[in-house]
Design a protein around this ligand. Structure first.
Ligand SMILES: [Fe+2]
Length: 344
């Protein structure tokens, strides 16, 4: 952070220059910058439309062999971050494109990530030796330091939505990465394994070793999400909202990524809300409109938009109900006692 240029007329100007030269900053001339009265997001809300994305994905699929790049993903990037690969503070959102037969090389990293299956029927993600199918609306976790790889076993191109917290982990300078081997046949030759232990909601092994920080269940089937959303009564804000939870704790699925499914009733606008955490929103089904800060987005299926921290947001489905998937860093703010919400 650059120090402000001291006004030449202020009586302490000479002292401030002397302090700065000696690597001290006086608090008194800059405390409003150091402790602003409320958070100010660097980024304005942004919207990426599926219909504009698809031709770019088509080019990437045709021009870039998976063998050359390991992962064929296109990351949604907000220019407010000065060219850094950031979608909104702490988070990145992307789509991965796999051609039939493509293998994405196994690897692991300390950043946390999730996949949400949009057009991914026939794709599979292997997480720590468990085969996780990617059917419509499935959420698959790839928690920190878990080995993972992807394959498209279908005869069509597959797409899914990814999100991860690389900007947060890079900011904390805690990023580690370990590549696996493309030719490791044993990596791919697995079944669902211990994923079976967490298949039924509300049941988890009592004899499990100490609870991991992240959910031991990696795959959350879309079919179940839709079933529970349909049964749920609307909340105070008018939407039906589910949190994906760690089956042993009831808390967020990971300490740094916290995911939600929201169903909007046709024509009803949700109560405007703002929060200290950040969200990337994927339109799972339906059409509608969101007002985020000063911007209004008209969205359709598989569009993505951001709700940067401390920005008012309200959503309306048009023509029928609509389903949204939200990936947030809320759990980070809760753990640090920084979570705050306001409603209009
Ligand atoms: Fe990864």
């Amino acid at each position: 952070m650059n120090a402000p240029r001291s006004a030449p007329t202020r009586p302490d100007a000479d002292l401030i220059r002397t302090l700065e030269a000696a690597d001290y900053h006086p608090l008194w001339d800059r405390y409003k910058r150091i402790t602003p009265v409320a958070p100010r997001s660097r980024d304005l809300p942004m919207h990426w439309r599926w219909r504009e994305f698809e031709p770019l994905a088509e080019r990437a699929a045709k021009e870039v062999p998976i063998e050359d790049v390991e992962r064929r993903a296109l990351i949604m990037t907000n220019p407010a971050f000065g060219g850094d690969t950031v979608t909104t503070s702490n988070l990145i959102g992307a789509f991965t494109i796999l051609e039939p037969g493509d293998h994405a090389v196994p690897h692991r990293h300390t950043a946390a990530a999730i996949r949400f299956a949009t057009r991914a029927e026939g794709a599979v993600t292997i997480v720590n030796g468990r085969r996780c199918e990617m059917r419509d609306g499935d959420l698959v976790l790839t928690p920190p330091w878990c080995w993972h790889g992807h394959i498209n076993e279908s005869d069509r191109r597959t797409y899914w939505f990814d999100a991860a917290n690389m900007p947060l982990v890079c900011g904390l300078e805690a990023n580690f990465f370990e590549p696996g081997r493309r030719d490791d046949a044993k990596f791919w030759d697995v079944d669902e394994g211990d994923e079976r232990l967490y298949r039924a909601a509300g049941l988890a092994p009592a004899s499990d070793p100490p609870r991991p920080a992240h959910s031991p269940k990696y795959r959350y089937p879309g079919e179940e999400t839709r079933r529970v959303l349909a049964a749920l009564a609307p909340g105070a804000d008018g939407a039906r909202t589910l949190r994906y939870v760690h089956p042993q704790t009831g808390g967020p699925v990971m300490p740094t990524l916290d995911c939600y499914a929201m169903r909007l009733a046709a024509g009803a606008t949700t109560q405007p809300v703002r929060a200290t955490w950040n969200a990337i929103v994927l339109v799972v089904a339906g059409e509608g409109r969101s007002t985020v800060g000063e911007r209004t987005f008209e969205w359709a299926r598989h569009d993505v938009f951001t709700v940067p921290h401390w920005t008012w947001a309200a959503h309306t489905a048009s023509g029928g109900s609509a389903d949204l998937f939200l990936v947030t860093d809320r759990a980070v703010y809760e753990a640090l006692d920084l979570a705050r919400v306001e409603r209009q």
